[in-house]
Design a binder for this molecule. Structure first.
Ligand code: NAD
Length: 502
């Protein structure tokens, strides 16, 4: 029996995960306290030299065995995701295979992208070899949300492991079983590896808070902006670095030259899929006035076919977190009270635990539904005079996670003017499924990047090494043996180099 299990037995403290539709208890998980966190960190520290010492090639093999195990057991995994989160099985399947694509990419590219890089030392230091090396940080703590309980934490975990770190994962209390299964799959796929390379802690916010101050070498957090700010403050006294993937209020722009039917299809999907509980979900939409009527007609056509539920025919599932239902209702109420028109659905669409699609026209720009993260299957639509106005309104948010643009000819030009970490052009959220593209926000959407080369480097410390290849004693600059004649020479060379005469 591990120490953590002994602690469980003594304290009899457990959290339960539930089916969000029926309320049935799906699992009981320990509430790991500070001592359990310290224990996990100690085990991860012990395992760190072994994992780092394996080298990129053997780590790649271990991560690929894990990827294979996840795919071989995908139906069992998806059933668990469907149970705790509520999303349809097909959506769970797509989430897992997208996560595994990232895992494969991180495993396959870490060796090359984190290899030592020789750089030109410059004229002044020409007798030196200059090398940039990327070393693992050590132990990384990952704290995750419930909305994409595999894909989002995997964006930190896979990349941190591939970069040679050991990892401790604290999943959301709503999806503790999913988090535990995912971590146990790593050990099941790699029985020969020592314990502590990837481990899991379960609990509420207090367990996450204990991980932040446990002495880990970095915290990678995905969740709300409010929690992200608390984590950053708690990490500040020890200068523990933080990577924060937080909330968003993503906008879509529909230009006058858009394929309007395709725009409606992409925007509705990105707004309503996963019951709108998507950090990069489209929550507001700016449509050039000349195509507004056509756009609304297409949107109505699509949303009228969408039914939330928990059966196979459901377009999307329930709201996972009961408290979020009140937030969604408050945003709809506020928008309607302040003059918005419900062009589809309305207040009656909220029938806990399900919320049917809601499309609101002309909600004021300072209303909750336009300003705050709703995290439900709602979409605000506003007509704009032109693309320039759409860009201004899109950028007038304290968030800046992602965005989408629909335009046949001007997509890239519009995208480049948006203040966001990612933009998809004529497609809903393609950047999220392309492992080579870094992912993360600006403003209150977060700090740092997961995925891609940048996502690997987030979990390394850069080590610069300058080695003197041969001594030039007559021009020793970094020495008290430096002579006046050396300085005269240096002054002459400087004048020649910058053409300042004398
Ligand atoms: P949350 O902030 O409530 O919780 C996230 C995690 O933090 C949970 O594991 C929770 O137990 C833990 N936690 C809570 N308080 C803590 C504390 N003081 N210290 C340390 N850990 C603590 O978020 P949530 O409701 O689980 O997730 C939804 C939010 O996540 C939305 O805002 C969404 O936009 C965001 N999100 C962002 C991304 C992204 O990549 N940017 C991806 C998915 C979700």
């Amino acid at each position: 029996m591990t120490e953590s299990l002994v602690a469980e037995a003594v304290d009899q403290q457990f959290l339960e995960t539930h089916d969000p539709v029926t309320g049935a208890v799906l699992g009981r998980w320990p509430i790991d306290d500070e001592a359990a966190v310290a224990d996990a960190v100690a085990r991860a520290r012990t395992a760190a030299p072994h994992w780092a010492g394996l080298g990129a090639k053997d780590r790649k093999a271990a991560l690929r065995r894990w990827a294979k195990y996840l795919i071989a057991n995908i139906d069992e995994f998806c059933a668990l995701i469907h149970g705790e989160n509520g999303k349809p099985l097909d959506d769970a399947f797509l989430e897992v295979i997208t996560a595994v694509e990232h895992l494969e990419w991180a495993a396959g590219n870490a060796g090359k992208l984190l290899a030592p890089q020789r750089v030109f030392p410059g004229l002044m230091m020409a007798n030196h070899e200059a090398v940039i090396e990327h070393r693992p940080l050590g132990v990384v703590g990952v704290i995750g949300p419930w909305n994409y309980p595999v894909y989002t934490p995997n964006g930190s975990i896979a990349y941190a492991l591939a970069a040679g770190n050991t990892v401790i994962f604290k999943p959301s209390e709503f999806t503790a079983g999913v988090g535990r299964w995912y971590v146990e799959a790593f050990a099941a796929a790699n029985p020969e590896l020592p314990e502590g390379i990837l481990s899991v802690l379960t609990g509420y916010g207090a367990t996450g808070a204990a991980l932040v101050t446990s002495g880990v070498d970095k915290i990678a957090f995905t969740g709300s902006t409010a929690t992200g700010a608390r984590i950053m403050a708690a990490a500040a006294p020890t200068l523990t670095p933080v990577l924060l993937e937080c909330g968003g209020k993503d906008a879509a722009i529909v230009a006058e030259d858009a394929d309007v039917a395709a725009a409606a299809d992409g925007i509705v999907w990105n707004a309503m899929a996963n019951a709108g509980q998507t950090c990069v979900g489209t929550e507001r939409c700016y449509v050039v006035a000349s195509v507004l009527d056509e756009f609304l007609a297409e949107v109505r056509k699509i949303v009228s076919t969408l039914e939330p539920g928990s059966d196979e025919a459901a377009a999307y599932g329930p709201m996972t977190m009961p408290a979020q239902i009140d937030v969604v209702a408050a945003h709809i109420d506020d928008a309607l009270e302040r003059g918005a028109t419900a062009v589809f659905g309305g207040r009656d669409s909220v029938r806990a635990p399900f919320v049917s699609p809601v499309v609101l026209l002309d909600a004021p720009e300072d209303s909750l539904a336009v300003r705050e993260e709703t995290f439900g299957p709602t979409l605000t639509v506003r007509a704009v005079a032109d693309v320039a106005e759409a860009i201004t309104l899109t950028n007038a948010s304290r968030y800046g996670l992602a965005s989408s643009v629909y335009s046949r000819k001007r997509g890239m030009e519009i995208a480049r003017q948006l203040r966001a970490g990612a933009t998809s052009v004529n497609t809903p959220a393609a950047y999220a499924a392309i492992p080579a593209l870094p992912f993360g926000g600006v403003g209150e959407s977060g700090i740092g990047r997961i995925h891609g080369a940048q996502g690997l480097r987030e979990f390394t410390r850069t080590h610069s090494i300058a080695r003197q290849r041969f001594a030039i004693n007559s021009v020793a600059l970094q020495s008290f043996a430096r002579t006046a004649s050396t300085m005269r020479l240096i002054r002459r060379v400087t004048a020649m180099r910058y053409r300042t005469g004398s």
